[in-house]
Design a protein around this ligand. Structure first.
Ligand code: MRU
Length: 369
């Protein structure tokens, strides 16, 4: 068994703190390539093109990115005698932070973690008493590191709650990638699988391939394989057949946004898996930190759904697989209604319907912690 406790490093600071190094997830599983991000354009491009992806990780990337840009700004203020560091430079930096946050929030609309993390960075910038740009950059760095560390802790707690649902020799089906590649820690949907492995339980994972960008076969299969966990890939269309022939104990998926009533946005195809699970009486669980719960969105109809470029479907990975001019409809996410969900696991525990009450209580508990 390989070491399931050591997830791949998805993001880290450059040595000078003025940039980020990410694992470029578009290159997996062939190549393990790291990429340096040094400008707001680099960060935006990495998020939009899914070089970094997964709701928690894009929030972390944006937060660390803003802190890195602030660090660069402070270094420039100190080295340019024309604009000496002081209250004026700090005020200029506050304005810059606002514009970086506005720009990065628009990069991907569905995952609420992105807007949530940037809102935290913005409020740190606003709270800072007028001092120097360097002091403000240091506060932003502390806040970004804390967002990253909190996510790591939440993943672990999600895993510890949800591992109670698993059994030795059992199996689960997952869709997309909600593992360590999508978060700052051991993932959300895959967290209980990692905790189970640490405890010596054998759990087999069925990973939907996840059309069109193949996060299931490229990323979930890769990261579980690296950890020595038994994984089997199936095409998305085979999930219903698996449930009738060799039903997994349960479905475990992540989420990009959970509405106040428990409707869940996740990678397109999740809704179809939930319908098939309901038909076959396979329990369906969603695992996500409370930072993915958006109490301001009443239900799934109000969740903004990102649509992707047609060529991701017509000519994915550079190979034409449809007529080059055919129309394409490509939502990146879908919404699974709360009525199909048996439980939602956050770092606060396993929540059951009615979700209006149980999710609100979980979010309030997390705010108090
Ligand atoms: O488009 P992606 O790859 O960012 O989509 C990711 C998902 O849908 C994940 O399931 C979700 O973000 C949860 S990640 C813990």
């Amino acid at each position: 068994m390989k070491d399931a406790t050591q997830p791949p490093e998805t993001i880290r600071w450059t040595a000078d703190g003025g940039g980020l190094v990410i694992l470029d997830q578009t290159r997996l599983p062939d190549d393990r390539i790291e990429l340096e991000l040094r400008s707001v354009e680099d960060i935006e491009e990495a998020i939009c093109s899914l070089r970094v992806r997964g709701a928690p990780l894009i929030g972390i990337t944006a937060a660390l990115g803003v802190a890195a840009l602030a660090h660069q700004f402070a270094v420039r203020s100190q080295s340019e005698p024309r604009v000496p560091d002081g209250p004026a430079a700090a005020a200029n930096l506050q304005t810059e932070v606002q514009s970086w946050c506005e720009r990065l929030t628009r990069a991907r609309p569905t995952a609420v973690n992105l807007a949530w993390a940037l809102e935290r960075m913005l409020s740190t910038a606003r709270k800072q008493p007028v001092g120097t740009a360097r002091e403000l950059a240091e506060s932003l760095r502390r806040e970004a590191d804390e967002i990253h560390a909190e996510d790591r802790r939440m993943c672990r707690r999600i895993g510890e709650h949800a591992v109670q649902l698993l059994r030795d020799g059992g199996s689960v089906l997952t869709h997309c990638n909600a593992g360590s590649l999508a978060t700052g820690g051991i993932g959300t949907a895959l967290a209980p699988v990692y905790v189970a492995a640490e405890r010596g339980l054998r759990v087999r994972v069925f990973a939907d391939e996840t059309r069109p960008l193949l996060q299931g076969s490229r990323l979930t299969a890769w990261e579980l394989g690296q950890a020595g966990i038994d994984v089997t890939v199936l095409t998305d269309g085979a999930a219903a057949m698996l449930m009738s022939e060799d039903p997994p104990d349960m479905v475990l998926v992540g989420s990009d946004r959970i509405a106040a009533n428990g409707d869940v946005a996740n990678k397109v195809g999740t809704f179809a898996v939930a319908l098939a699970a309901h038909h076959h009486s396979v329990p369906f669980y969603v695992l996500a930190p409370t930072t993915t719960v958006d109490l301001n969105t009443p239900d799934g109809k109000h969740i903004p759904i990102e649509h992707r470029a047609p060529d991701e479907v017509r000519a994915g990975f550079g190979k034409l697989t449809a007529p080059p001019d055919v129309d394409v409809w490509s939502p990146a996410f879908d919404v699974t209604p709360a009525s199909l969900i048996d439980g939602i696991v956050t770092e606060q525990g396993i929540h059951r319907p009615p979700y209006e009450t149980s999710l609100r209580a979980a979010v309030e508990e997390a705010r108090r912690a």
